[in-house]
Ligand binder design. Structure first.
Ligand code: GRF
Length: 204
């Protein structure tokens, strides 16, 4: 399975996917790293791994979000990717982008969806007093942080946690489940029913 990984920041999830791709028999490879931030740390990780890594700044892009996303789609198409992986891509994608990559577009979010959508979710979880937090990998639909849930991982909220500590604990799980989900998809084991419920078939 050929992957395009979209990042805006440091790219630790990207790194986890790069590392997975470098293990024997992993059924996917990254053909493109893309960022909307010219100085994203993720681009450096991609280049170091010898992966085509490109950025187009969204700031002042002529034609706005639609035109920008059309350019991004063209780049992904040209790369030959068949799955688009959002990994800390901090930019809303347009509805036409979601339609173009329907069923081929996944995201990771650092909460147990449908709780705590949006930004600053670790603080929001602490403020709500939840005793467990976690992360979710899901297919992307036009509505933000929604869409069929493929996998989740749970971590405890511990006494003395702050947003940073909780984020680190969750990030560790992100790095585990994102490569795992990509493997399942590459192996053709993931299906979604008409109610948006995902089933992962047993490995053959
Ligand atoms: C992760 O917590 C991810 O879930 C969220 O943004 C963060 C990105 O971290 N969407 P990194 O760039 O992969 O290190």
């Amino acid at each position: 399975l050929k992957l395009a990984v979209l990042v805006s920041g440091g790219g630790s999830n990207l790194q986890a996917i790069i590392d997975a791709c470098n293990t024997p028999d992993y059924p996917a490879e990254i053909v493109l790293v893309f960022s909307n931030q010219l100085d994203a740390g993720g681009l450096e990780r991609g280049r170091k791994a010898g992966i085509r890594s490109e950025a187009i700044s969204h700031k002042g892009y002529p034609g706005g979000r639609e035109a920008y996303d059309t350019a991004v789609s063209a780049l992904i198409e040209e790369s030959g990717a068949d799955l688009v992986v959002l990994a800390g891509y901090l930019r809303l994608v347009s509805e036409s982008f979601v339609t173009r990559w329907k069923d081929k577009l996944i995201n990771i979010h650092p909460s147990l969806l449908p709780s705590f959508k949006g930004l600053h979710v670790h603080q929001a979880a602490l403020d709500a007093g939840v005793k467990f937090a976690g992360c979710t990998v899901h297919y992307v639909v036009p509505e933000v942080d929604s869409g069929p849930i493929i996998a989740q991982a749970v971590v405890p909220v511990l006494p003395g946690d702050d947003a940073g500590k909780l984020a680190q604990r969750i990030l560790k799980q992100e790095h585990r489940i994102y490569p795992q989900v990509i493997r399942w998809i590459a192996e053709g084991r993931v299906s979604v029913d008409d109610k948006g419920i995902v089933t992962v078939a047993d490995a053959k």
